[in-house]
Design a protein around this ligand. Structure first.
Ligand SMILES: [Zn+2]
Length: 200
């Protein structure tokens, strides 16, 4: 039996898919069925991206992790797809889009690292912000300025495949900046994986 972190009910996985995996999921099937899975494919420049959920259907849960620091719900987002995602992104180096260092320090963890923690590929977060800057605080017309804020750690070179990850894709400017930087570093293939996207 598992305790579902959303409805707080003890549950035994009793739907047919869960039976295959023998109670491995933290989230009960009732709660999971409220998450709208979209598996939407999109492109930024010439790179393919994948968004897993409709944003509205998960935004409250995301806030609970990100804003209320409830780390217990971090596994619920990817647990049902982790097997598939590990096959899809085998051999990729996972690199997170940088978030506000101040927020991470306040939280004591980075929520994106936590959400994607069970992806097996190697990871290295070599992007950072050179000053306190939150894209979500900026008026729309200033959001291109992000490209002067994101920098790469010294001495990083990569000729391999990179998977850029983030929780929510909104304007895509931050992602695009990281994409261009990764290309400059010499990455030969880049893909993008986000939990959700605000419809563009
Ligand atoms: Zn539940």
């Amino acid at each position: 039996m598992k305790l579902c972190p959303l409805c707080k009910k003890l549950h035994r996985s009793d739907d047919s898919l869960n039976n295959l995996f023998n109670d491995v999921f933290v989230l009960c099937y009732n709660c999971f069925s409220t998450f709208k899975v979209i598996f939407k494919r999109f492109k930024i420049d010439d790179c393919m991206g994948l968004a897993i959920y409709d944003y509205q259907s998960i935004k409250d849960h995301l806030f609970r992790l990100k804003g209320l620091y409830d780390i217990s719900i971090a596994p619920i987002f990817l647990e049902r797809f982790i097997f598939y995602l590990n096959i899809l992104y085998e051999g990729y180096l996972i690199v997170r889009v940088p978030s506000s260092l101040q927020d991470d320090l306040k939280r004591g963890f980075n929520h994106v690292d936590k959400i994607f923690e069970n992806l097996k590929s190697k990871r290295k977060n070599f992007f950072y912000k050179n000053r306190h800057y939150k894209q979500s605080d900026q008026p729309y017309e200033n959001r291109h300025l992000i490209k002067d804020v994101i920098k790469v750690d010294k001495g990083i070179k990569t000729q391999g495949k990179i998977l850029l990850i983030d929780d929510v894709l909104t304007t895509g400017q931050t992602m695009k900046t990281c994409l261009n930087l990764a290309k400059k570093l010499g990455a030969k293939k880049i893909k993008i994986l986000v939990l959700s996207m605000v419809c563009r």
